[in-house]
Design a protein around this ligand. Structure first.
Ligand SMILES: [Fe+2]
Ligand SMILES: [Fe+2]
Length: 274
């Protein structure tokens, strides 16, 4: 069922000399969030309880997300042999909980839930593409390429189901846009920041949202190039029902690109200030 397996990766090609130390903390944090995918499937199972087709697709999707976490964790343990994924992941699970027993989407509708899922997959698909292009370490390059391809398929999966629900629920453009932008804004919530903390900071250090967000986002944003933002913007526009290419897309990409650079700079300043 899966498009690839952990064993397909050429782990023996790992080149420690090519590891960029700025990427390692990001991979550690991402490994935790991805590995936690099963809980999202439980949540989606509750929200879509009378839709067996979607539930089956969501269960399969979660298996792929968990594998992303396992592959990233394995790479991070090669890059930093002293790092213990299992211990960090236990901390993460203990401190960050997803509400798995919801009976309705926190987005207000099933269409809304699927729009939010599309935004997450847009983000991950762009992110792993950017990391894969930035790294010269051959194993991480391969891992990121495989994951990015999965994330794009996930986007298409949620997009197709979203279109199906849209026919029934008929959410207006403004609502769809609000949900999409709202979910993008949540990338600065605790999920990633706390994963960064558990993956990179000792248990004795107190978790601080602002510090961990700056540490994670400041580093992560540095890897994006214009064409990643261009592609991501197209996926966002497509999700809310606007043309993914053309004048609007060009303007939005320009705005998103400047916003990204501005925020990256702010996070870097925050980091430098300690
Ligand atoms: Fe993933
Ligand atoms: Fe995904």
């Amino acid at each position: 069922m899966k498009h690839w397996r952990i064993e397909d990766i050429a782990w023996d090609r790992f080149d420690p000399a090519a590891v960029d130390p700025a990427i390692v903390p990001l991979v550690k944090a991402a490994a935790m969030v991805e590995r936690n995918g099963e809980d999202y499937a439980l949540y989606l199972g509750g929200v879509f309880r009378d839709d067996p087709d979607f539930r089956q697709a969501a269960d399969h999707w979660a298996v792929e997300e968990v594998q992303h976490g396992e592959a990233l964790a394995k790479w991070a343990e090669l890059a930093d042999p002293g790092w213990d994924f299992a211990a960090g992941f236990r901390r993460y699970r203990a401190g960050y909980e997803i509400k798995v027993d919801a009976r309705a989407s926190i987005r207000g509708s099933r269409t809304g839930e699927l729009i939010a899922r599309c935004m997450v997959e847009t983000g991950t698909s762009s992110y792993y593409t950017a990391l894969g292009e930035a790294t010269s370490e051959p194993v991480l390059k391969q891992v990121c390429k495989l994951i990015a391809a999965d994330e794009y398929r996930h986007f298409k999966l949620f997009y197709d189901h979203m279109r199906r629900y849209l026919l029934r629920e008929r959410l207006g453009m403004a609502t769809r846009l609000r949900i999409a932008l709202g979910r993008i804004g949540e990338s600065e919530d605790d999920e990633l920041a706390y994963a960064y903390h558990c993956g990179n900071e000792p248990e004795s250090k107190e978790f601080q949202h602002a510090r961990c967000t700056a540490a994670y986002m400041g580093r992560a944003m540095a890897f994006y190039r214009y064409h990643h933002i261009e592609r991501g913007t197209g996926m966002i526009l497509k999700t809310v029902g606007l043309p993914p290419r053309g004048t609007l897309s060009g303007v939005m990409t320009g705005v998103a690109w400047r916003l990204l650079r501005w925020r990256q700079h702010r996070y870097e300043q925050q980091l430098a200030a300690g």
